[in-house]
Design a protein around this ligand. Structure first.
Ligand SMILES: Cc1ncc(COP(=O)(O)O)c(C=O)c1O
Length: 480
């Protein structure tokens, strides 16, 4: 046993993937070592094939092989612990990587979509996700959004009593086959990152289960509505210890058991246990694994997997993070106050959380030379800066890596979730292009466009370019 990134003790025994024993000779499982090799190949190929260079100094790369492997690992992990025949829907949290081709790739891997806004629902539909593979959560659904979801027969988790009132009205006015549930906040506590802790006492999400009268209200809500057949809890994301996640799931399970007992039949048929598996940003090791989490759940909440409940999961970060890399050219290499500073094209626009909250969201940087080969040399403490016009725009501060020089490339690792797909338009910096990659079968790398880089015309159009004179046409105040 060792401690993982979350501070939890984790069992390091090999998970269900057969190739885990091979690795890089230093204890890294084969799938992690292979992913690192694919990443290096892709960075080099991106430069060789002109996706990255002086004229296009930033790009996002997505490892298609790795995404498929993670999807398979997720399915295998739960298949290994659930009773045969248990319906399981793994719904990818679209917020983690809201890109249509990614959702389509995951669909091909049997993974659905958890959406939390009209935009995310539109992306899921554009990717061809069927209603039965889609779940709508969000704390602020409008009547129109609810009406649309119910008309499409998409599963909905009601966040609060007022939302349930709205659903009541809609259920009276039109038939829907949407599986419906209530989101509860088990209030088991937060993790090391406040902003991603959803089960604190005062979290904005769900029905706060330990508040006075709340549990009784939930039980009555189910008693009064035979069509409420699901129960949902998402205990938090990055920074939440696995033990706390399991505790949240255990609380939801105990509540479902109580509701079904008090109603006298198995009205709740499906538990939605949310996502939240943390990602190790400190090294290339995939830890914790889905297999470890599924095993932990099967020990902590054995009844959950005995076949009486269908399951929905909503993993986001853990499916995509390790398969994305932002690579940016070093435009200038300088020194200030004795500190080398590499000024690159990746900063706050692609790594917003890291730049504004570096303590919670540190990123590893890999150095590549001008030909995009992994850079050798002694580790030098340096800053890796972004292009935005404020001094805090740093991808990494005081990082120890081979000295980055003008024309080199800096890669921000593990950025496939909540990074380059979440553009922040500071300084009107363009959204970078994103390309998926995979071995081409002939020893090279093939790329496919996921998203084009944003053009200057698009930036102007999205910044009110069609309304240039609109403000000047409003009547001016009369001068006295
Ligand atoms: C309801 C819900 N489900 C799933 C997720 C995905 O969490 P993660 O990306 O940590 O797996 C989130 C994240 O905010 C969420 O709010």
């Amino acid at each position: 046993m060792t401690n993982d990134m979350t501070g939890d003790a984790v069992d390091n025994e090999a998970d269900s993937r057969a190739d885990i024993a091979v690795g890089d000779g230093f204890g890294m499982p084969a799938y992690d070592a292979d992913r690192v090799a694919r990443r290096d190949d892709a960075v080099r190929a991106a430069v060789e094939q002109g996706l990255l260079g002086p004229g296009s100094p930033i790009v996002g790369l997505l490892d298609v092989t790795g995404i498929r492997e993670s999807a398979a690992a997720l399915r295998a992990a739960f298949d290994a612990v659930v009773a045969p025949g248990t319906p399981v829907l793994h719904a990818f949290a679209v917020k983690a990587t809201p890109l249509v081709p990614v959702l389509r790739l995951l669909r091909e891997e049997g993974i659905g979509a958890e959406v939390a806004s009209p935009g995310e629902l539109a992306l899921a539909r554009a990717a061809g996700l069927h209603p039965e593979m889609t779940v709508l959560d969000s704390p602020a659904k409008t009547p129109a959004e609810l009406r649309e979801a119910l008309a499409l027969d998409i599963a909905v988790n009601a966040d609060n009593p007022q939302e349930l009132d709205r659903i009541d009205g809609l259920m009276k006015s039109a038939a829907s086959r949407s599986p419906l549930g209530i989101r509860v906040n088990p209030q088991v506590g937060g993790g090391s990152i406040e902003a991603t802790s959803t089960a604190t006492a005062t979290s904005k999400f769900g029905v706060a289960l330990r508040d006075e009268g709340a549990r009784e209200w939930v039980v009555r809500a189910y008693q009064d509505r035979p069509w409420l057949t699901r129960l949902h809890a998402h205990t938090g994301s990055q920074g939440i210890p696995l033990s706390l996640m399991a505790q949240g799931v255990a609380e939801a399970y105990a509540l479902a058991e109580e509701i079904n007992r008090r109603i006298g039949r198995r009205q709740i048929t499906t538990l939605d246990i949310g996502g939240g598996l943390p990602v190790n940003f400190a090294s290339d090791a995939t830890t914790p694994t889905y297999a470890q989490y599924a095993r932990l759940l099967s020990e902590a909440v054995p009844g959950l997997f005995d076949g009486r409940y269908g399951l929905v999961t909503e993993f986001g970060r853990s499916l995509l993070a390790k398969h994305g890399t932002v690579v940016a050219r070093v435009e200038y290499a300088k020194s200030a106050g004795g500190r080398p500073v590499a000024v690159t094209h990746a900063g706050v626009q692609v790594a917003t959380r890291t730049v504004y909250a570096p303590g919670s969201w540190p990123l590893r940087i890999a150095a590549y030379d001008g030909k995009a080969r992994p850079k050798e040399g002694p580790a030098v403490v340096q800053d890796v800066a972004g292009p935005a016009c404020f001094s805090g725009d740093l991808l990494a501060e005081g990082a120890a890596l081979p000295l980055l020089e003008q024309g080199d490339y800096a890669a921000a690792l593990d950025t496939g979730a909540y990074y380059f797909a979440h553009h922040y338009a500071y300084n009107s910096l363009a959204r970078p292009g994103i390309h998926g990659f995979a071995p081409d079968g002939a020893g090279g790398i093939a790329f496919a466009t996921v998203r084009e880089a944003q053009s200057l015309d698009e930036i102007v159009a999205e910044s009110g370019g069609a309304h240039t004179a609109s403000l000047t046409t409003l009547s001016a105040p009369k001068r006295r």
